[in-house]
Design a protein around this ligand. Sequence first.
Ligand code: DGP
Length: 113
Amino acid sequence: MSDCLFCKIIAGEIPSAKVYEDDICFAFRDINPQAPTHILVVPKAHTANILDASDLPDATLAGLLRAIGKIAKAEGLDKGFRVISNCGPDACQSVNHLHFHILGGTQMSEKMA
Ligand code: DGP
């Protein structure tokens, strides 16, 4: 989508700190990190959020989860990490391109919201 921030990052039109890329997804460091490790994993195909996940092939959805695991291992998050996908206004989704936050590198709170 031409006016989507994450589509522009995937296309290299906006610079990012890339940590991983394959045929299905692209991952880069969040510009406003909320943990020592804070990475965004996004499908290369545009869809708004989990509510529209049926727009994507099953292989893409599976590939995203596999990529998250690979990235967490490569980042050394062996003591644990959290994966969040904000969906819609109540969850404060600010970029309408499906993405998963990987947060780690610290002991996180038991409280999730
Ligand atoms: P969300 O609130 O779940 O939609 O998360 C969007 C995230 O995207 C937020 O944590 C900040 C991040 N972000 C916004 N603009 C940029 C950018 O230009 N570059 C990078 N690396 N991250 C961005």
